[in-house]
Design a protein around this ligand. Structure first.
Ligand code: NAI
Length: 465
């Protein structure tokens, strides 16, 4: 039996960050994670590192280079002859990045003196964990076991023809026809990767509106941009049947009731994820679950004293950075501090081209909440750096309170939206106004000037349009 102040179950971005923060605060910490790499060694970093954020960004980057070399370099006066795709190398590079990140987490554990146990953890008592043949006792347990892809009823993932996010990152040959069910974050990102590499991609989405969680104006811009790229997206779809043989045949109906058929060589199912509590033995020790999630209060406390839960396995957006914030906050609470996670300033990013990023409220949310507001927007076509980059699609949109000018939401579609959104997050965290951003000096020429210009536009003071 080994005793710790804190045992963290799960070494994804929520769990490993919680473990490090707890160790920094002087607590004795263990982390348990079962994931294995192809070599059988620990693969720390969770879904994000192994089959999510990191590998998808690696492939998005590689496929974007390929598309640029094939279609855009000529505009810059660069002629490419004999352009060829080496998919095996592209996948190898992605795997190397994953391995580097896995080992990076192990290194951080050593550096911070976090004891690591490789295996599946299950509760024998609320503060007693079994892993392999060992028993760990703790004053506090943090559950950070993440999530699993949700399958369509009756259509199991085989990762050969019917792919989850896992298989979608490892297709050995570019499929001629790729079907995707669900036009959410994974569907759009992975659909983009394989379209750039040559697949004919069709995405089937159940909702009648495209990107329902995004600001409507931004979603419309995105739909236009994706259509122009040749990504086919059908909305209001109801899947009737999925059959697989050598290909996959999907029967579905659309909003006018008519039936359609899509035949494809591979099908990605990306219709959301479910909390992962598999093998935890949660029920036996009396851990309360709610709709499959571990039930927690606003501070991530479960119903069992000393047991906490964070990240995808609890309510809220399934985002690595949300899990990290909760992980830090729980470690600090255990150490007697009073941290706070601001759920209103969690940024969202979709790494397509154009990138889409937002923080705070959408215009439709502000409107339906009866708040008086003003909007300012600025197109990248009027931004000098975007023109020099040759990437002028999209805009920045600020939504501010009509009376106080406090920033209520910022929405970006365009180049480097994922990086630009950070300024808006900072401003909103400090409860800044649109005028605050408009008064700050932004480097010229830079994409960030579009942020300043959109903020100025709230007061109809844009300078370059
Ligand atoms: P999602 O929740 O983003 O999108 C799922 C989509 O599938 C929705 O648009 C939904 O309406 C649709 N859908 C659901 N059932 C359907 C059905 N039967 N037929 C057709 N469409 C259906 O989920 P996704 O893309 O699977 O991603 C899972 C999680 O991973 C998300 O919570 C996401 O936040 C996270 N993630 C985040 C990334 C990022 O931050 N860039 C990247 C990838 C994933």
């Amino acid at each position: 039996m080994k005793s710790f102040d804190v045992v963290v179950i799960g070494g994804g971005p929520g769990g490993y960050i919680a473990a490090i923060r707890a160790a920094q605060l002087g607590l004795s910490v263990a982390c348990v994670d079962e994931a294995k790499g192809a070599d059988g060694k620990p693969a720390l970093g969770g879904t994000c590192t192994n089959v999510g954020c990191i590998p998808s960004k690696a492939l998005l980057q590689s496929s974007e280079h390929y598309e640029h070399a094939g279609h855009h370099f000529a505009d810059h006066g660069i002629q490419v002859k004999g352009l060829a795709l080496d998919l095996a190398q592209m996948l190898k590079r992605k795997d190397k990045i994953i391995k580097g990140s896995n080992d990076g987490v192990l290194y951080l554990f050593k550096k911070n003196k976090v004891a690591f146990f490789h295996g599946r953890a299950s509760f024998s008592k609320p503060l007693e964990i079994k892993v392999n043949d060992e028993t760990l006792t703790a004053k506090h347990v943090i559950i950070a076991t993440g999530s699993n892809p949700r399958s369509l009823p009756g259509v199991e993932f085989d990762e050969k023809l019917i792919l989850s996010n896992d298989g979608a990152l490892a297709i050995a040959e570019v499929p001629k026809r790729l079907g995707v069910i669900g036009a959410g974050v994974i569907g759009l990102e992975m659909g983009s990767v394989w379209r750039r590499l040559g697949s004919d991609v069709t995405i089937l989405e159940a909702l009648p509106a495209f990107l329902g969680a995004a600001d409507e104006q931004i979603a419309k811009e995105a739909a236009k941009a994706f259509a122009k790229q040749g990504l086919k997206i059908e909305l209001g779809v109801k899947i009737a049947k999925v059959e697989k043989n050598k290909t996959v045949i999907i029967q579905y109906s659309v909003s006018d009731g008519s039936s359609k058929i899509l035949e494809c060589d591979r099908l990605i199912v990306s219709i959301g994820r479910t909390a992962n509590t598999t093998g935890l033995n949660a029920e036996t020790v009396g851990l309360k679950l709610e709709r499959g999630f571990v039930a927690v209060d606003g501070d991530c406390r479960t119903n069992l004293p000393g047991v906490w839960a964070i990240g995808d396995v609890v309510r809220g957006p399934m985002l690595a950075h949300k899990a990290e914030e909760e992980g830090v906050a729980v470690a600090e609470r255990i150490a007697g501090q009073k941290p706070h996670v601001n759920f209103n300033t969690i940024p969202w990013v979709i790494y397509t081209t154009p990138e889409i990023a937002w923080v705070g409220k959408t215009e439709q949310q502000v409107k339906s909440g009866g708040v008086e507001y003003r909007v300012g927007s600025f197109p990248f076509s009027a931004n000098a750096r975007a023109r020099a980059l040759g990437d002028t699609t999209g805009m920045v949109k600020f939504i501010a309170h009509a009376k106080t000018d406090e920033i209520l939401g910022v929405h970006i579609i365009g180049p480097m939206a994922s990086e630009l959104i950070a300024e808006a997050v900072v401003a909103m965290e400090f409860r800044g106004s649109a005028e605050d951003i408009g008064m700050i000096c932004h480097a010229h020429p830079s994409l960030s000037e579009a942020m300043k210009e959109a903020a100025l536009a709230v007061d109809r003071r844009s300078l370059n349009i």
